[in-house]
Design a protein around this ligand. Structure first.
Ligand code: NDP
Length: 303
């Protein structure tokens, strides 16, 4: 019997996990999805009380401070949620022989790797913004805690609903006659449902093994292929234009450089994550990035 704590259940990955975990659970298992008010990562005492009361055997941490630009203005809060709270979860899990699965990010890298190559798990980290620094500190805290843990680094997450690049581009294309989109940052957009499906597949393998203390496994989890934000916008608008009138079509999209789109937080130029390791060791399904994007748009326009 498992008692599973899922944090961040209202987020993009969290919502998808909730859906994907439900059929995977056995009748005796308990899935807890506390709200932020019930389990606030900026309230260590509340977290401690909750953990001691509920005694989870598996913690899936899909909660995070994900406002990358705002983190530059709120480094202490971002660090509390993304690092200090994760350290607490990792220490609690290690002390109670519980498993911990945690999501991290391509932003632990500085993005200076040659653009025709992807980052393997073993590459040196060097975050260029506060968000990346806090996420890297969490990874290090999980390793230090010495429990049985998984860290899955992913990138450029989107979902059918909510605020993300794809939904924003669609909304802006309805309102504006032209759009400038960054074309020199390279990565792959990952649909939250795909991340959740693959997470459950990894959990199936992991939870069939006996718990192994002091074994922290770090993997890159990202779909295949690569593109830029501009490339994603092109694909989205090309498909959307067949279904609805847009003020901005593909012809009105302008590729620009990151330096021409200043943001509070610097972003890595190369966000490509190499996935050979996870593909070799787990039954993951990581098709080209365009597959899930096109399916999402079909769901939206064709029902
Ligand atoms: P979202 O921003 O969609 O969701 C974040 C979740 O965290 C929400 O459920 C939010 O709750 C919760 N949360 C925020 N602050 C707190 C807090 N103080 N206490 C408790 N819960 C809190 O995140 P994603 O699903 O996009 O990301 C999930 C994971 O993936 C994170 O670890 C993130 O770093 C990582 N990741 C995300 C990427 C992306 O592009 N989005 C890229 C790479 C990695 P509420 O609804 O109450 O705000």
């Amino acid at each position: 019997m498992q008692r599973i704590l899922l944090t961040g259940a209202s987020g993009q990955i969290g919502q998808a996990l909730r859906r994907q975990l439900t059929p995977w659970l056995s009748v005796a298992d308990q899935l807890y999805c506390p709200t932020r008010a019930e389990f606030d990562l900026s309230h260590p005492i509340q977290m401690q009380t909750w953990l001691d009361q509920h005694q989870p055997t598996l913690i899936i941490n899909a909660a995070a401070y994900t406002a990358v630009d705002q983190a530059e203005q709120e480094p202490t809060l971002a660090n509390q949620i993304n690092h200090v709270a994760v350290k607490q979860l990792a220490n609690w899990a290690a002390a109670h022989h519980a498993r911990l699965l945690h999501y991290s990010t391509d932003y632990v890298f500085d993005g200076t790797r040659p653009m025709d190559t992807a980052y393997p798990e073993t590459d040196a980290t060097a975050p260029v913004n506060v968000y990346g620094q806090t996420k890297l500190a969490a990874e290090q805290a999980i390793v230090q805690a010495g429990g049985d843990a998984f860290i899955l680094r992913t990138c450029w997450v989107y979902a059918d609903q909510g605020r993300n690049f794809i939904n924003t581009i669609l909304q802006l294309a309805r309102q504006r006659d032209g759009l400038s989109v960054v074309a020199d940052q390279i990565g792959a957009p990952n649909h939250a449902e795909r991340i959740a499906q693959n997470t459950v597949s990894i959990l199936s393998t992991w939870c069939a093994e006996a718990p192994t203390p002091a074994r922290v496994r770090l993997y890159h989890l990202s779909v295949a292929g690569q593109t830029s934000w501009y490339g994603i916008a092109q694909r989205v608008l090309k498909i959307a234009a067949a279904y609805e009138p847009l003020r901005c079509g593909v012809a009105q999209l302008k590729p620009i450089a990151s330096v021409d789109y200043p943001t509070a937080a610097r972003r890595p130029l190369n966000s490509r994550l190499a996935t050979e390791q996870i593909r070799q060791q787990f039954a993951v399904d990581l098709p080209d990035w365009s597959v899930d994007l096109e399916q999402m748009l079909s769901r939206r326009y064709q029902g």
